[in-house]
Design a protein around this ligand. Sequence first.
Ligand code: MLT
Length: 241
Amino acid sequence: MEVRVFFTPSELMEEAVRGRTVVVLDVLRASTTIVAALHNGARGVIPSGSLESATELVVKLGVDDVLLCAERDVRQVEGCDLGNSPAEYVSETVKGRLLVLATTNGSGAILAARGASRVLIGGYVNVGRVIDALAREKELVLLCAGNNGGFALEDAACAGFLLRRYVEDTGHEVLPLNDGAWVALELGKRATRSPLRLLRRSAHGRYLDGEGFGDDLALCAAVDSWPVLPVLRDYIIVPSE
Ligand code: MLT
């Protein structure tokens, strides 16, 4: 399988995604949160590029079972129902509900991949499901959400972890690779030793810890803990059957 890894959404050219499957990774924390939400019974998650458009959409939908979920600078935005901590997305809160999600990097990265033939959302928590879904793939793009337009160690290392596990599980090769994929594979060696240790060392992991979200790191590092495969259908992320 040919693999290209992009470390930020701004690197993603439309021609790179057309006709391909894209897996979006925002390990800390949007992609992990989306997996948690769907695993715990949310009907779907609508990614939104801004707080304003998320709020407008919730007003327009105007139904009781919609939750406005938004994060800025890792905190829940005032007036919203939920923030971006996967720990909040328990079944008592999200089951049967539709979520509109606006986060600093992750929701925008998902929207950036919309031109792909298939958009999947991945993290450590569902890596096995993602790999199963790639069984017949010939060309793959891994899109890291990054952090405020820059490189994020946790996403790049998770991309490498996923590729290493893909090779191990399927026996298939990952070649040819773009330069990003080579770097990701190297970082993936460290992630394979301990995803949690890597998350704790990453700049965003340390920031989350300092802001009181340290417990989220273990949730985000738990390999295959929530085996659900989120897939973007038109404008809404739903669990694949
Ligand atoms: C994002 O989308 O920027 C992140 O998931 C930030 C966070 O840790 O909440």
